[in-house]
Design a binder for this molecule. Structure first.
Ligand code: C5P
Length: 407
């Protein structure tokens, strides 16, 4: 069976403790589990283990400073792309820096930019570990949501015996695996997802379309499937190929085709997430031959396409859920709330084109979830995969509630 760490991007920050020698094994184990490992080191760490050893094992250059020969090492980008950051070994000094935001090295700079879960595996001598200053720093980090990988008890480099040893590499990997172990909270649920753009034919060669890539909807479908749901993904023209075997991908081209596939599938689903950017208009007449250019202007008469969301919202049964998307450029909240009501959604995902890094083509997105009772949940800019987790988490709360009602 594949490790839950397969294909995960792990940012490994190594700081200056004798336990750093174990990071060679740790890196090897992470790579063997299928993770990609990007290593960051402090100068102190380099006294304990050679960066060359680690770059060879991780198959990636090691970043040991905010600057390198190639220029500035972008800690914001590294922090944003990671699925998890692991600081191991984490010295008493580093704990103090992390707790207080003292970003004087690459490890702490990345930590402050990381939006992914952060794990830290302290390593120090017994008295340093039990000192109130260390313990209060550990608590500070835990209060930020960071996860402590507990120290182990045993012989310390000083000769003392007690608590303070860094967890063994095997145990650190097991700790991470437990975190990534796919939740199975959607087992037995069938969910419809629409994604991608639609193309509305003008003639056999031309169409009206939009810039949607389908990335957000496909990420949602993958997350749902990973959590045990059966997913019907109705996907407009997109280069993406969903990978999970629980995804039944129905490829469509036009809004009409998307409408037909979705209205057939939705009645047998517990929920629908409508992430497609469906064209609102299509040419009233589609020429059967390529339209020739002529002198003067040309006019194409357009008619409305079916509103899939509104149609599914109308047929929605008791206990069934519907989630929509709104991409707005102005009066965002107000417009999204209007859509939520008109289309009978349970909640709506608002993404604003005004936010840098959000919307079409990007691998990141910044969303707010708006609920029927006017509650609004704002999220930070994240990878689309991480946004998909937030959206699916919100849906899972509703799905589990509706199970309670039916019981
Ligand atoms: O009205 P607007 O297109 O902005 O609404 C966006 C929401 O409605 C999205 O969830 C989108 O997938 C859905 N929609 C649809 N069918 C349409 C137009 C939009 O399902 N024809």
């Amino acid at each position: 069976m594949d490790s839950p760490l397969k294909s995960k991007n792990i940012l490994l920050g190594i700081t200056g403790s004798i336990a750093a020698y174990k990071t060679a094994i740790l890196t090897r184990l992470l790579i063997k589990a299928g993770a990609s490992v990007q290593i960051l080191m402090t100068d102190a760490a380099k006294g304990f283990i050679n960066p060359l050893t680690l770059s060879t094992l991780s198959k990636n250059p090691v970043y040991d400073g905010v600057h390198s020969e190639e220029g500035w090492n972008n800690h914001v980008e590294l922090g944003l792309q990671a699925d998890a950051m692991l600081i191991a070994p984490c010295t008493a000094t580093t704990l103090g820096k992390l707790a207080n935001g003292i970003a004087d090295n690459m490890v702490v700079a990345c930590y402050l930019s990381a939006r992914c879960p952060v794990f830290f595996a302290p390593a120090m001598d017994l008295d340093m570990w039990t000192h109130p200053s260390t313990q209060s720093n550990v608590q500070r980090l835990q209060s930020y949501g960071n996860r402590l990988i507990p120290v182990e008890h045993g012989e310390l480099a000083s000769g003392l015996v007690g608590a303070g040893r860094m967890a063994e590499p095997e145990n650190i990997v097991a700790f991470l695996e437990q975190h990534f172990h796919a939740k199975e909270d959607l087992q037995g649920k069938t969910i419809l997802v629409t994604a991608g753009p639609t193309h509305e034919a003008i003639d056999p060669v031309r169409f009206l379309g939009n810039r949607s890539t389908g990335k957000m909807g496909v990420a949602i479908a993958e997350e749902l499937a990973q959590r045990g749901a059966t997913v019907h993904l109705v996907l407009g023209p997109s280069n993406l190929k969903p990978t999970h075997t629980n995804i039944n991908c129905v490829r469509v081209t036009s809004a009409q085709e998307m409408y037909e596939a979705s209205s057939q599938l939705y009645p047998n689903c517990e929920a629908g997430i409508l992430a497609a950017a469906v064209a609102d208009y299509r040419p009233r007449v589609v020429a059967d031959k390529k339209i020739k250019k002529k002198a003067g202007d040309m006019h194409i008469e357009l008619e409305r396409t079916p509103d899939i969301a509104a149609a599914l919202g109308k047929t929605k049964k008791e206990g069934q859920l519907l989630v929509g998307f709104a991409l707005e450029t102005n009066n965002e909240l107000e417009n999204a709330k209007g859509k939520l009501e008109r289309k009978n959604f349970d909640f709506i995902v608002l993404n604003s084109l005004n936010d840098k890094g959000a919307g079409f083509k990007h691998d990141t997105n910044k969303v707010s979830l708006i609920y029927k009772d006017n509650k609004v949940q704002h999220f930070e800019l994240k990878t689309k995969a991480a946004v998909a987790v937030d959206i699916v988490d919100a849906l899972a709360v509703f799905l589990n509630k509706s199970i309670d009602i039916s019981r």
